[in-house]
Design a binder for this molecule. Structure first.
Ligand code: SIN
Ligand code: FE2
Length: 213
């Protein structure tokens, strides 16, 4: 038995083309990742964007990378500028890019180079309704979703909104990667239960990496 077997991240294919990499974002680079997250949020503050219907989203959001995902009364889209500041989004930190490309490669997506990273911050009770990620140009590219802070339950469904969903518990450091036949499947985040994380307080953060343009 390899002495370090226990330290290898556990990769599970939960559904066809949906992988859970438990603890993949932990370890030596975790500190760099959290410092980089803090720097991005200082440069591009989190805000609760409006949906087309005029409701504020319960997760607060910001972005880094060439493109940022935004929502307002005109709908959902990607934009190179932060609507709050009219500045370009902060550069994607090297630690973010490295994590996203290595997680994708671990699941067989070897050419993934994200140009967008959406950062969601959830307070207790916040959630994300069932939706598909479909504002991107190239659906052959996967989605890499990194969970940080307090735990959540991610739900993964099918290609129809009414398809039944599977619950996937996600903890600090877990990475979910989906692509291929799962790329356009509906997914959601259930309302967060009260909890506390030693580094990130009473919040959950999610980094969603995408090749948008
Ligand atoms: C999303 O699907 O946009 C967010 C997923 C998450 O926060 O885990
Ligand atoms: Fe999504």
């Amino acid at each position: 038995m390899d002495l370090f077997d226990d330290l290898k991240p556990i990769k599970q294919e939960i559904i066809n083309d949906v992988y859970l990499l438990q603890g993949f974002a932990l370890g030596a680079s975790e500190r760099l990742l959290l410092i980089a997250l803090q720097a991005v949020i200082i440069n591009a503050p989190l805000c609760n964007m409006m949906t087309k219907m005029g409701f504020a989203m319960s997760a607060a959001m910001t972005n880094c990378g060439d493109l940022g995902w935004i929502s307002d009364r005109k709908g959902y889209r990607y934009d190179g500028h932060n609507p709050l500041t009219n500045q370009p989004w902060p550069d994607m930190p090297a630690s973010f890019l490295q994590l996203a490309t290595s997680a994708a490669a671990e699941c067989g997506y070897v050419n993934f180079v994200p140009d967008a990273c959406l950062i969601n911050q959830y307070i207790v009770g916040a959630s994300m309704g069932l939706h598909q990620d479909k504002n991107e140009q190239d659906f052959s590219q996967p989605i890499v979703s990194v969970s940080l802070g307090i735990p959540a339950t991610f739900q993964f469904g099918g290609l129809k909104r009414s398809d039944k969903t599977l619950k996937i518990p996600v903890n600090h450091g877990d990475v979910v990667v989906w692509g291929g036949e799962a790329r356009l499947k509906f997914h959601a985040v259930m309302p967060l239960k009260a909890n506390h994380h030693k580094a990130l307080g009473d919040y959950r953060y999610n980094l969603t990496f995408r090749k948008a343009g």
